[in-house]
Design a protein around this ligand. Structure first.
Ligand code: PGA
Length: 243
């Protein structure tokens, strides 16, 4: 199981440090390699200090496709790597919804990350309107194919299916709804890259109470967690509920 934490714009460096110290104390060391943390960029250094010497993966919630230059306000993937980052979230629906991120831009970001040896965690998912008009499959298929336009299939990449209507809303996809989309995405992936399996995380209002039913589905390999990742006990509770 992979458990990824998306902290969005939460926590200052002191709070992040307190979280990591509590996490390291409460989480058994043999499980550390199953976690990936995505703190806000301001917590970059604290995260590097607390996690980089441990076998715990971390990275930024967004990086630009260029690594240096006159790009005010952006994050550099090569700098993140220098500090020990291993992963970067790409194409989260909030980036696409609020910051005008395009699928073409997402494809360039993936290319840059893979060329640096960082692992992109690509997010796809449909809006409520798209689901209600039965467009879920066509929407996620287009998102996946466009985002992977320059993907180097010999390198690692992770995928998250996050229905936009389930993010931060308390509404979670049923295990069957989530499984159907994961299965569909895996079929497309197998067509693009038959020699390698892809791991797909589910995201959208995941917590300890709903995670076991979701995780019992064959094509769900873990979770990308927002709200419930902000407290050590609720985050670790997801893993223990699924054991
Ligand atoms: P949520 O967020 O768990 O708070 O719904 C998930 C995400 O946006 O990645």
């Amino acid at each position: 199981m992979i458990l990824a934490a998306n902290w969005k714009l939460n926590k200052d460096p002191q709070e992040a440090k307190e979280f990591y110290l509590e996490f390291l104390e409460k989480c058994p060391q043999e499980s550390w390699s199953q976690f990936i943390f995505f703190p806000s960029a301001i917590n970059f250094e604290t995260t590097a200090e607390c996690l980089s010497s441990k076998s715990i993966s971390w990275g930024l919630q967004n990086t630009y496709y260029q690594n240096e230059g006159a790009f005010t306000g952006e994050n550099s993937a090569s700098l993140a790597k220098k500090y020990g980052a291993t992963h970067v979230l790409v194409g989260h629906s909030e980036r696409r919804q609020f910051f005008g991120e395009t699928l073409k831009g997402v494809a360039l970001k993936i290319k840059n990350l893979q060329s640096l040896g960082l692992v992109p965690l690509l997010c796809v998912g449909e809006s409520l309107e798209e689901r209600e008009s039965r467009k879920t499959e066509s929407v996620v298929e287009e998102q996946l194919r466009t985002a992977l336009e320059f993907c180097d299939f010999s390198k690692e990449i992770l995928l998250a299916y996050e229905p936009v209507w389930a993010i931060g809303t308390g509404k979670v996809a049923t295990p069957e709804e989530a499984e159907a989309v994961h299965k569909f995405l895996k079929t497309i992936w197998n067509e693009l890259c038959p020699s390698k399996n892809i791991q797909i995380l589910y995201g959208g209002s995941v917590k300890a109470e709903n995670s076991p039913q979701l995780f019992s589905q064959k094509s769900i390999d873990g979770f990308l967690v927002g709200g419930a990742s902000l407290k050590v006990d609720s985050f670790l509770g997801i893993m223990s509920a699924c054991l």
